[in-house]
Design a protein around this ligand. Structure first.
Ligand code: NAP
Length: 302
């Protein structure tokens, strides 16, 4: 267990944490919070009765509700963990019920549009510390969460200039208690980095699997049968939640389109190399990519 200097078993980090959405990410945080008693009280808000029942049954929180305003009342930390398209209306609904000094944070995979859609609705007496844990799986829902999900992974915080430093430190302490390493970025830079490291790879996986789906029946059967030859890894990525990924592409449009443009140019260059039998070009690229893989392993992010 990694305990932040601010947390100790006898001194919770927060009085009441309200998780808005209790899917893969928020339920993973909730598992650590309950295990290490990082909050005196916890509540989860989800629309579906199935998710609320699961959150209680799994012991993720003390109380569940479908009412956002009830969830945030009296909370000193509110953690948004829904698809990002829901953030604006959630912020609008919760705003009149937020306690003075409350911290609002989130786990959304894009940051510029999140900040633009949430900030205008929040009262001056609260603190908004946007965040994004660079960890996840293709699974969704409260059952999918894992206590170890964030261990050794990065969480990026993108607080706007002027954000209360004590609020930032408390959010950092929570992530460090989950075993994460915390870094800070400007939101636009975050979105450009994630466009290439996460969003473009997902788009490519969705495309490849989509192409295979459109093949004639007999070919499709063979693709599934022999999927272990490479296709299988793409299908894992392409099994990620459709709503969450729809929102990511629509909310990080410019950065994704920019990386896609560069990718398309590089793909065309590869096409040409294959057509003209330029083996040296192919070998040169594949050698460089091998080195990237080694660096990722050395950075313990494999
Ligand atoms: P998830 O497992 O699909 O859970 C989403 C949760 O939000 C559920 O509890 C769902 O419950 C609730 N929800 C969905 N739509 C809602 C709406 N319109 N209004 C209110 N509640 C709603 O999602 P997740 O994978 O944890 O992702 C949550 C956030 O984390 C996303 O913004 C995503 O970008 C980000 N993220 C995901 C990953 C990943 O690998 N999955 C990694 C890093 C960051 P009900 O349907 O019952 O309301």
């Amino acid at each position: 267990m990694v305990l932040s200097p601010l947390a100790s078993p006898s001194l919770p980090l927060f009085d009441r944490i309200a998780y808005i959405g209790i899917g893969l990410i928020n339920s993973s945080v909730a598992r650590v919070v309950q295990r290490d008693r990082l909050a005196a009280a916890t509540v989860a808000c989800a629309r579906s009765a199935v998710n609320r029942a699961a959150a209680l049954h799994l012991g993720l929180v003390d109380v569940v509700t479908s009412d956002v305003t009830e969830a945030v009342t009296g909370a000193d930390l509110i953690m948004l963990g829904t698809p990002v398209s829901a953030y604006e209306s959630l912020a609008r609904m919760m705003a009149p019920h937020l306690s003075p000094g409350a911290i609002i944070t989130d786990v959304g995979s894009v940051k510029e549009t999140v900040i633009r859609s949430v900030t205008p609705h929040l009262p001056d007496h609260v603190h908004f510390v946007p965040g994004h844990p660079i960890a996840g799986t293709e699974h969704s829902g409260p059952e999918a969460g894992l206590t170890e999900l964030f261990v050794g992974r990065w969480t990026i915080l993108t607080p706007p200039a002027g954000t209360n430093p004590a609020a930032i430190e408390r959010v950092r302490a929570l992530w460090e208690s989950c075993g994460a390493r915390v870094n800070f970025m400007n939101p636009a830079h975050h979105d450009r980095v994630l466009a290439i490291t996460s969003h473009l790879p997902h788009l490519i996986a969705y495309t490849i699997v989509g192409t295979a789906t459109d093949l004639e029946d007999d070919m499709q059967h063979e693709v599934i049968k022999y999927s272990a030859s490479g296709f299988r890894d793409f299908t894992r990525i392409a099994a990620s939640d459709p709503v969450m990924w729809r929102d990511i592409f629509l909310n990080n449009k410019e950065a994704v389109l920019e990386s896609l443009q560069r990718f398309t140019e590089d793909l065309t260059a590869l096409q040409r190399a294959i057509r003209w039998g330029q083996g040296d070009k192919l070998e040169d690229l594949f050698t460089r990519t091998q080195a990237i893989r080694r660096s990722i392993i050395e950075a313990q992010q494999a």
